[in-house]
Ligand binder design. Structure first.
Ligand SMILES: Cc1cc2nc3c(=O)[nH]c(=O)nc-3n(C[C@H](O)[C@H](O)[C@H](O)COP(=O)(O)OP(=O)(O)OC[C@H]3O[C@@H](n4cnc5c(N)ncnc54)[C@H](O)[C@@H]3O)c2cc1C
Length: 456
């Protein structure tokens, strides 16, 4: 056991290799439920590409599992430590290496925090569009490895749509460059696209070239409060039928509004039982907002245009809605997506599931993408949660996944499979496809050291 730690400290110096219990514990899990708690043997905080190569080579030589880690905000257990692994933290590799306003591209190290890249781009009237609600903490490397989505993805696409090129350390410690600096480029197989979303199982991402978009000069925010959740979901389709493309189209049900009010002192629940929050942006923002408002009102919404400060607060509240931790509740939640045409049906099914399994429900959704985060919960009494309600929560959760699949949906819209969602993967992907994925993994990582037991 001491062998790998000796190898790592000799190669990188003791300062970059932590073995104290406090650090091992802090880096053992991400923000997903923990199914199989393991402490890593060591946490290495790499500072250079050469550091990463040295760590990979040391682990490869001894066949030690290696778990890459950004900010650890993942919610699927992708960054959970596995047995006797080394955790490789990329958080110190946080430099923006280049930002070219004419090419509209940036080259960053993997540990750059999403919000920091956006702040740097904003100086030039540009933005890095994919904005997970965790944008103030999560790293571009983590976003790439999970193919993260976010609020603005309704208009601007997910992480994969913004990644042009990657530098990747492979399982033998060699360094490759994939992709191109240009917006277009179709030479050979799309390895960049393959690495995006591969959850640290095919290589360690050490450099990312991203495409930037124009920071909109004008943004209009519409809050549409509905008397019920299904009508709000129908509002999403109505906006689509009007053929207007909002930048943000987020849906919150009554349970989420109540919880946000309790946590942040807002008064959202008094305004309606469900909120459809829409932002239009760009030079056509006002015209688009004007086209959307009557469409929403016709569907039964009370529609208001939010002045800038209130709008910003509403969007920030939406970003916080996932992170609201309540000690007196026990919760299970998911990240399914359904075809948009099935949104209303799916929302109705979720409400029926909550009644059937006698659990409570709250839902937030990147509704423009048909991507929902339903959470089932029960109150936690002083004596804990009775096993019966745990079973009911589990049954509701499973049903929320199988119903989404039956509607042509997916088990994960943006969070990745990680460790947590492996149990449902076989329901979505049939064996020939899974076998092909295992063979790809074997090609890139024959010894199986890169984040084993995750993603596929
Ligand atoms: C409050 C909150 C809100 C969130 N909102 C969203 C949202 O709107 N949209 C969304 O998509 N997700 C969301 N998430 C989930 C999470 O923030 C994203 O999955 C994010 O992309 C993870 O980034 P990270 O830097 O924290 O990566 P980590 O959690 O550290 O790692 C995630 C995965 O990437 C791998 N990895 C990390 N860095 C590298 C690298 N350099 N090379 C190879 N593999 C690597 C890890 O092994 C792991 O499998 C949210 C999470 C929270 C807590």
């Amino acid at each position: 056991m001491r062998g790998i730690i000796h190898d790592l400290t000799s190669a990188l110096g003791a300062e970059k290799v932590a073995v104290d219990e406090e650090t091992l514990t802090a880096y053992a899990v991400d923000q997903a439920p923990v199914l199989d708690y393991q402490l890593p043997q060591a946490v290495v905080r790499a500072e250079t590409v050469e550091d990463v190569q040295a760590v990979v080579r040391a682990c490869a030589a001894r066949r030690i599992p290696l778990v890459a880690r950004g900010a650890g905000t993942g919610v699927s257990g992708g960054a959970h430590a596995t047995e006797a692994c080394v955790v490789l933290s990329l958080e110190r590799m946080n430099r923006i290496l280049d930002l070219n306003p004419d090419d509209e591209t940036a080259v960053v190290e993997p540990g750059v925090v999403n919000a920091d890249l956006n702040a740097a781009a904003a100086v030039h009237g540009l933005m890095y569009a994919p904005d997970p609600a965790s944008y103030k903490q999560s790293t571009i490397g983590g976003n790439v490895a999970t193919n993260a989505g976010g609020l603005r993805c309704a208009k601007y696409g997910v992480t994969r749509d913004s990644v042009l090129a990657l530098d990747v350390v492979l399982a033998d410690g060699s360094l490759i460059h994939t992709g191109h600096q240009t917006f277009k480029g179709v030479a050979g197989y799309d390895l960049t696209g393959l690495f995006v979303g591969s959850e640290g199982t095919l290589g360690i991402v050490v450099g990312i070239t991203v495409r930037l978009k124009y920071l909109p000069r004008e943004v209009h925010t519409i809050a549409a409060f509905y008397p019920d959740f299904r009508s709000a979901a129908a509002g999403v389709l109505a906006v689509g039928r009007a053929r207007v493309q909002p930048a943000i189209m987020e849906l919150l049900d009554g349970g989420s509004l109540v919880q946000l009010d309790e946590a942040h002192g807002s008064d959202l629940a008094s305004r309606g039982a469900s909120l459809l929050l829409i932002q239009t942006d760009g030079f056509g923002a006002a015209a688009e907002a004007a086209a959307i408002r009557p469409v929403l009102a016709a569907g039964g919404a009370v529609v208001t245009m939010e002045p800038n400060a209130e709008a910003e607060q509403l969007v920030e509240l939406r970003r916080h809605s996932r992170g609201v931790e309540v000690d007196d509740q026990y919760r299970v939640g998911e990240d399914v997506a359904v075809p948009r045409s099935r949104l209303v049906d799916y929302v109705a099914e979720l409400e029926a599931m909550a009644v059937k399994h006698a659990v409570r429900l709250k839902v937030v959704a990147h509704a423009g993408d048909g991507n929902l985060h339903p959470t089932f919960w029960v109150e936690r009494a002083d004596e804990g949660v009775d096993p019966g309600s745990l079973e009911r929560l589990g049954a509701a959760l499973d049903e929320s996944v199988t119903v989404a699949l039956a509607m042509g949906g997916t088990i994960t819209g943006e969070h990745g499979v990680g460790q947590y969602k492996l149990r449902w993967l076989g329901l979505e992907q049939k064996e020939p496809v899974r076998e092909l994925q295992r063979r790809i993994k074997e090609l890139f990582d024959p010894a199986g050291i890169l984040n084993p037991g995750k993603a596929i």
